[in-house]
Design a protein around this ligand. Structure first.
Ligand SMILES: [Zn+2]
Length: 65
């Protein structure tokens, strides 16, 4: 049985990547995140996506608790 993981940022299904806090981030997005410059327009986009997709869950969970 294989699990198809959907990237939390680009929503693409990929076989390789990393898992952070039960969220999967594909290799491509991980590379972009590591290399993206703060002055790059993508930085804000990625930051926003991470906030919504990854940290949003934590905030939600901690507020319930
Ligand atoms: Zn991705």
């Amino acid at each position: 049985m294989s699990t198809i993981l959907e990237c939390a940022i680009c929503k693409k299904s990929s076989g390789t990547g990393i898992s952070i806090l039960n969220k999967f981030i594909c290799d491509e997005c991980e590379k972009t995140l590591v290399n993206v410059d703060i002055n790059d327009n993508r930085y804000e986009i990625y930051k926003d996506m991470i906030k919504r997709n990854i940290y949003g869950d934590i905030i939600l969970k901690s507020s319930i608790r």
